[in-house]
Design a protein around this ligand. Structure first.
Ligand SMILES: [Cu+2]
Length: 379
């Protein structure tokens, strides 16, 4: 009997140890909210452990002590008022005890007051956009894992499917308000180290906040099934000291200045267009249309020998700028600048034998940023 009890206890305690071990349990995190959520989770967990221990102890003791082979006879009783009250009141009290700290944490999560920085986060199929509302800085953050790694043609890097081209930059020790929304379907901005999994719903703006105490790089993913490439929209947040963040902001502001914009509509040579186009195509288009341009029909049509790609320059530009409503082909006019779009379109008109078709249709091969700008302004 004693041996059985010891076995049961050791199994029970090993389960508690497993759940409290980092890697198996949820992370403690780096924000006050993540700490509160962790403590709440552990409090609930220990309450469950005590309940489990009490219930199973009584159950196992009764099974052994009052077993039939020992001649035990079950007693019969129905509608025992005392028992009915007891097993209603006890769970009710447990729930109330758990609900009080849970409500306090929930109120903290929603208290976005007195924040010193506001970042609007918009989910797109399949990327994130970060807008620093008071700084006038905004950009898209795209998966930086190469298609070759995804297709098992190259060895996978350390942060396979968890790395982006431009991380979200934030200062440490600052209360940052997050406004989370979506441009298409429901996504969820989820970074476990922050204790946040905030739904991004089109037409709604959900608020949340972070206050990161330790500098570092924190990673997450979209936490809501949002379509074919749901697994390809990771989140990377880089938390840096305030001075470094200020420097980053001023660099970004310079990049967005009218002078820099002017620089970006300068004509490029064919090799420059093709080189930039290939890089940008792989970042923004290859996920759907594939590196070989063959797409994944019928959802993602091939660009190889495509009439749209090899057609008249203005029609092709216009198509890429506005996209096709109701399909996965987005309006890239809002997402990519003239230079990037010109390079991508030029690359797709040259690649996969499209150059032969484009010339045969008597259309120009190379698109310049100014061509994209003109079509954009005529809309
Ligand atoms: Cu998503």
């Amino acid at each position: 009997m004693t041996q059985r009890i010891i076995l049961f206890l050791s199994l029970f305690l090993s389960a508690i140890y497993a759940f409290a071990t980092p890697g198996i349990n949820m992370p403690y995190g780096v924000t006050p909210i993540s700490h509160e959520v962790y403590q709440l989770h552990m409090a609930g967990f220990y309450v469950c452990c005590v309940i489990g221990f009490v219930v199973f102890s009584v159950l196992i003791y009764s099974l052994i002590k009052y077993r039939k082979s020992k001649g035990a006879v079950a007693s019969h009783f129905h509608e025992h008022i005392g028992v009915e009250i007891l097993w209603t009141i006890i769970p009710f009290l447990i729930l109330v005890v758990l609900a009080i700290p849970a409500t306090i944490v929930l109120a903290h999560i929603h208290n976005t007051q007195q924040s010193s920085l506001t970042i609007k986060i918009t989910g797109y199929q399949w990327k994130w956009k970060y807008e620093y509302l008071d700084q006038g800085v905004s950009y898209f953050s795209l998966l930086s894992t190469s298609q070759e790694e995804i297709n098992n043609e190259k060895p996978k890097q350390e942060w396979f499917l968890l790395d982006v081209d431009k991380p979200m930059m934030v200062p440490i020790n600052t209360k940052i308000k997050l406004l989370v929304t979506s441009d298409d379907v429901i996504h969820a901005w989820w970074v476990p180290e922050f204790g946040i999994k905030q739904d991004a719903i089109p037409g709604y703006i959900n608020e949340n906040w972070i206050y990161i105490t330790q500098p570092g790089t924190y990673r997450g993913q979209c936490g809501e099934l949002c379509g074919t490439n749901h697994g390809f929209m990771p989140i990377v947040v880089k938390a840096v000291p305030q001075e470094e963040f200020n420097q980053w902001v001023s660099t970004q502001q310079k990049l967005m200045s009218p002078l820099a914009q002017q620089e970006r509509i300068k004509n490029l040579s064919e090799p420059e267009l093709l080189q930039l186009g290939k890089v940008e195509y792989e970042k923004s288009c290859a996920m759907c249309h594939q590196n070989n341009g063959e797409g994944l029909p019928p959802t993602f049509p091939p660009l190889k020998k495509s009439r749209v790609i090899t057609g008249q320059a203005t029609a092709t530009i216009s198509f890429v700028l506005t996209g096709v409503p109701g399909t996965a082909m987005q309006a890239f006019g809002d997402q990519l600048d003239d230079k990037t779009l010109a390079a991508i379109i030029t690359y797709t008109r040259h690649a996969w034998g499209n150059d032969v078709l484009t010339v045969r249709h008597k259309n120009i091969l190379n698109i310049q940023p100014i061509d994209v700008k003109k079509v954009r302004e005529n809309k």
